[in-house]
Every structure is written in C-alpha cells, then in structure tokens.
Design a protein around this ligand. Structure first.
Ligand SMILES: [Zn+2]
Length: 108
C-alpha cells in the first residue's frame, strides 16, 4: 500500500479511537444518578464502569500504537520493522496499517 494511503487510513483510525475514548470518558464522568438507587442497580453500574474502563485502556493502547506508526512514517521508516530493520511486507501493512514490526518479529 502506498504510504499516503496508509497514512490516511491511520489518521482515520486515530480519529475513531479519539472519538471512542471521548465517549468512554463521558460515560465515566457522567453525573451520578439518584441516591435512592437500590444496591443491585449500583452493583450493575460498577461492573459496567469496569468494562468501560478496560475498553478505554485498550483504545488508549491502540491509539499509542497508531501514533507510533505515524511517527515512523514521518521519519521515513514506516515500512521497516522497528526490531530487525527488515522491510515489512506490503500485504501485512495493508492488513495492519498500524503495525511497526515484521511478521517474524511480531510472532516471536
Ligand atoms: Zn522484524
């Protein structure tokens, strides 16, 4: 895939992730509900918060990886493996635009 196309895909992914993180944070910081909620409902909500927390964490890690790939593209080494320096196969970059490692290194 051409670098420009890959970059466009990454920017899109980045915008998506930022929007998702925003939504998760909205959820976490929403005004707390009525005080007379029963305990069962409160427990459910706590569980839900933990799930959203985890999703937010995952989205942030993904975002960091996208940023890393973009930084490497800007440094002209976007299609090189950050571990062994070999070129990353074009098919791999097309399937995983955010990857910064070749298949061999990613598998190990
Ligand atoms: Zn490698």
């Amino acid at each position: 895939m051409a670098t420009q196309a890959r970059k466009a895909k990454l920017e899109e992914l980045r915008a998506d992730l930022l929007a998702r993180i925003d939504r998760y944070q909205d959820h976490q910081h929403r005004a707390s509900g009525a005080l007379d909620k029963d305990l069962e409902e409160q427990a459910l909500e706590t569980q839900n918060d933990e799930v959203v927390d985890r999703l937010e964490q995952e989205a942030k890690e993904e975002l960091a990886q996208v940023d890393r790939a973009l930084a490497r593209i800007d440094a002209q080494v976007g299609d090189r493996c950050e571990e062994c320096g070999d070129p990353i196969a074009a098919e791999r970059l097309a399937a995983l635009p955010y990857t910064t490692r070749c298949k061999d290194c990613a598998d190990h």
